[in-house]
Write a protein that binds this ligand. Structure first.
Ligand code: GLN
Length: 424
């Protein structure tokens, strides 16, 4: 039943040997693959074939991996369920009849269904961690700057990172080893220390003896009861292995969803301006003047959620409103960062439920965008603060997967991998 997981099924062979030889990888369809169409889940790019590989794809090939397809996603990464895809929705292999989460739902589903050993997604506000949690697999959102964004089609460029999915923490960590590291084509990247481990994969020791865990009380408020219960069972398990926990407070996260959506939509309105029917993708072929052709191309090419965000983002950046919305959101972003710094000064890692709710039923959330935005409450603060986080399976509630999120200091991925592997 792979037909709803991939937008394009195509085998791309890598080098004969390397650390990922024999490993199959699903790649989210907003990551450029030379000669293989890259749609971003949009009609706008239905026939767009990139002339170059993203840096992460070059690294996969060099490591000997075999790419098996381009996976389904919310249109341009805008969504939490993969249902805004122009190509239709994806079923959740771990909970049939439910969404796989989003926006990297196809990538998580590919791993959960055994269609690929590992997968790449992108996370602007939770799009790796949410589908990992909903599909019962592991997903890592790296520190901003750890992984090159060269060849990733931009949605909210100051927020997003490419990151790995795996069935186990070690599998995901091994993929992170391959894609991480500075890239001369992305000036925001840098080399990072690994807490003394020789690789991220080596950090998956499961040793949490002495680990201090801060639990932000704000990230449990309003969460589903079964999710909260599963979360505390997992914390008790970590305690039994020698970790300790204490409550911490992040007062600013109350404003994180609002701030995130103002920033993400503003950046989206600018990043998506390039889709004009001239340089990329769909061309409405409208007669008449260029303004009409431009408008018609975008009217046909973009779905409702993308249009909503371009309109709101353009409004938020417009003269007269810029300070009221965009600048205010940037202030909130700085406050969120500061709150995390303070909490992480007193704990090795922070822990919360990845998603406050179990996976929605297919079709359930589409009519109410606000409800969908609020589901991102626990993931978006991490992107605002540029920090790394991992989602690991914590158990189930009513037969539906629940994910636990660990958040660490900048470039503290090895620590998150160690903590996450203790729950396996
Ligand atoms: N659900 C969030 C959004 O729609 C996050 C998406 C993402 O991380 N790409 O913006």
């Amino acid at each position: 039943m792979a037909d709803d997981i991939f937008i394009t099924e195509e085998t791309i062979e890598g080098a004969d040997d390397g650390p990922l030889a024999g490993t199959t990888v699903a790649v989210k369809d907003n990551i450029s693959t030379e000669g293989v169409r890259t749609t971003c889940g949009s009609r706008m790019l239905e026939e767009y074939v990139p002339p170059y590989d993203a840096t992460v794809v070059t690294r996969l090939k060099e490591a000997g991996a075999t790419i098996v397809g381009k996976s389904n996603m919310d249109e341009f990464g805008m969504g939490t369920t993969t249902e805004t895809s122009y190509f239709g929705s994806t079923d959740n292999p771990a909970a049939p009849g439910h969404v796989p989460g989003g926006s990297s739902g196809g990538s998580a589903a590919a791993v959960a269904a055994g269609e690929a050993d590992v997968a790449l997604g992108s996370d602007t506000g939770g799009s790796i961690r949410c589908p990992a949690a909903f599909c019962g697999v592991v997903g890592i959102k790296p520190t901003y700057g750890l992984v090159s964004r060269y060849g990733l089609v931009a949605y909210g460029n100051s927020l997003e990172q490419i990151g790995p999915f795996g069935e186990t923490v070690e599998d995901a960590a091994q993929l992170l080893d391959v894609i991480a590291g500075s890239d001369e084509r992305d000036a925001t990247t840098r080399e990072a220390p690994t807490d003394g481990d020789s690789s991220y994969a080596d950090a998956a020791t499961g040793d949490v003896d002495g680990l201090t865990i801060g639990v932000p009380t704000e990230l449990l408020e309003g969460a589903d009861e079964g999710v909260v219960e599963t979360f505390w069972d997992a914390i008790a398990d970590l305690e039994a292995q020698g970790a300790t926990y204490h409550d911490v407070s992040l007062p600013s996260v109350e404003h994180a969803v609002e701030a995130y959506y103002v920033i993400a939509m503003s950046e989206a309105s600018s990043n998506l301006a390039r889709f004009d029917g001239v340089r990329y993708g769909h061309d409405a072929d409208a007669d008449g003047n260029w303004n009409d052709a431009f408008a018609q191309t975008r009217e046909d090419g973009f779905g409702d959620e993308v249009k909503r965000r371009i309109l709101l983002g353009t409004y938020a950046l417009s003269a007269g409103y810029h300070d009221k919305y965009y600048k205010k959101a940037q202030d909130a972003r700085a406050w969120v960062k500061q709150d995390f710094d303070e909490a992480l000064a007193e704990a090795d890692v922070l822990a919360s439920p990845t998603m406050p709710v179990p996976p929605f039923e297919l079709g359930e959330s589409l009519d109410d965008p606000l409800q969908m935005y609020l589901a991102d409450a626990n993931t978006v603060p991490v992107n605002l603060a540029d920090l790394p986080a991992i989602s690991v399976p914590a158990g189930e509630t009513d037969g539906l997967p629940v994910g636990l999120q660990f958040i660490g200091p900048a470039f503290g991925e090895a620590r998150l991998i160690r903590a996450g592997s203790a729950l396996e």
